[in-house]
Ligand binder design. Structure first.
Ligand SMILES: [Zn+2]
Length: 384
């Protein structure tokens, strides 16, 4: 089975130039192929397949039109692929599955730069960068979204695309070809929460980073900055401040936002890296009702600042990378209310009860008890 992964990349100016050029050439060739076949059809001549067109283009057309030599400057595998795409569009038309192929407009075009692994070094992928044919090493905007070569994954092919001035890479891997190279310890359960960020059934606990002095200090700066910004707006209306002052303050506020965001993301990445390093045979988490929690206005800020969504998405990818089974337990599974010792359910457990006390004599930290129950849950879905 082939699985696709996508992430934003951060190409250099030179790489951007190459990508733009290749995509431009691909669009040109795609449209040329359609126009050429349309002309053949109008003259009552035979339809040309993608392969035949390629031969004609390289052996006849370009040699007779030296002004079109620039076609050859683009990555040939990508250009060839655009002919195949156009050919597929015709095939669908002939099978009455779609209308006559349309030209791709520059403004609203979904043309992508296709690439394929041809040499052993092609498409090799590290945590922060990937080797794309003709482009060389291209950096990722964020780490951890593409399966790495070191972990035994083989990227067969992919595409580079542009959307709203941003660049993305999308890759295909065969998940059956993945070679596992890990020794597993037993599974673990993770209880995610607001008091602590995560409690692991192996005894590790990860604090809520938003309670750290650094974040608190930055949030204070942020509040002050925002207040000053609105003050400057007021003054601007009165003619006592300038547009430039407002923009300067706005940039200041944005920078603080960015710093807070970076600290939170780093924390998530580090936490996941540490958890996965212990090589558990499986990880069980709760299917948190994040959307529901966001509706609660007392909780929404605390929840969004913990980035649970991002944590889960990244954990899922990391588990996939490492061949760790990720189990997701239904949100109605009473992980907190269940006694890990005797299995009875404490119905009157309040959110404020930090210690779980059972009638059977069992006493444990509430979240740690929950993480043990998650680890031992027998009803779960496996996240793929
Ligand atoms: Zn009990």
């Amino acid at each position: 089975m082939l699985k696709s992964f996508r992430t934003e990349i951060d190409p250099t100016e030179e790489q951007k130039h190459k990508i733009n050029k290749t995509i431009g050439t691909c669009r040109y060739i795609y449209n040329f192929y359609i126009a050429h076949n349309k002309a053949l059809h109008d003259r009552g001549e035979k339809f040309m397949s993608g392969k035949a067109f390629s031969v004609w283009l390289n052996n006849e057309y370009i040699p007779n039109h030296p002004d079109k030599l620039w076609i050859k400057e683009a990555y040939s595998k990508a250009v060839k692929h655009s002919m195949e795409d156009a050919y597929t569009a015709f095939t669908r038309f002939f099978k009455h599955q779609s209308c006559f192929p349309r030209f791709k407009k520059k403004s609203r075009s979904d043309v992508k730069m296709y690439f394929v692994k041809n040499n052993p070094k092609d498409c090799s992928c590290e945590r922060h960068r990937m080797n794309i044919p003709t482009l060389g090493w291209v950096r990722f905007k964020e780490k951890g979204y593409i399966p790495t070569t070191k972990d035994g994954w083989v990227i067969k092919s992919g595409t580079v695309s542009i959307k709203a001035g941003r660049y993305y890479v999308s890759v295909l891997v065969d998940i059956h070809e993945h070679k596992l190279t890990v020794n597993f310890t037993q599974g673990i359960g993770i209880d995610l929460g607001l008091k602590d960020f995560a409690i692991i059934s192996n005894g590790r606990a990860y604090k809520n980073i938003n309670k750290s002095a650094k974040i608190k200090q930055l949030e204070k700066q942020l509040r002050r900055g925002q207040r000053s910004l609105s003050q400057k707006y007021e003054n601007f209306k009165k003619g006592e401040s300038t547009q430039k002052n407002i923009q300067k303050q706005m940039l200041k506020v944005q920078k603080i936002h960015q710093r807070i965001n970076n600290i939170r993301t780093d924390y998530i990445n580090k936490t996941i890296a540490e958890i996965v390093k212990t090589k558990p045979s499986f990880i069980t988490i709760e299917d948190l009702n994040v959307r529901g929690m966001m509706k609660n206005r007392h909780l929404s800020k605390a929840v969004s600042s913990q980035k649970f969504y991002e944590f889960k998405a990244k954990l899922k990818i990391k588990c996939g990378d490492k061949g760790i089974e990720l189990r997701v337990v239904d949100r109605f599974y009473p992980s907190s209310k269940l006694c890990h010792c005797c299995g009875s359910i404490k119905k009157d457990l309040k959110l404020s009860d930090r210690i779980y006390k059972c009638d059977c004599g069992y006493i444990e930290d509430r979240d740690f008890n929950a993480s043990l129950n998650l680890r031992d849950a027998t009803t779960y879905e496996i996240a793929l």
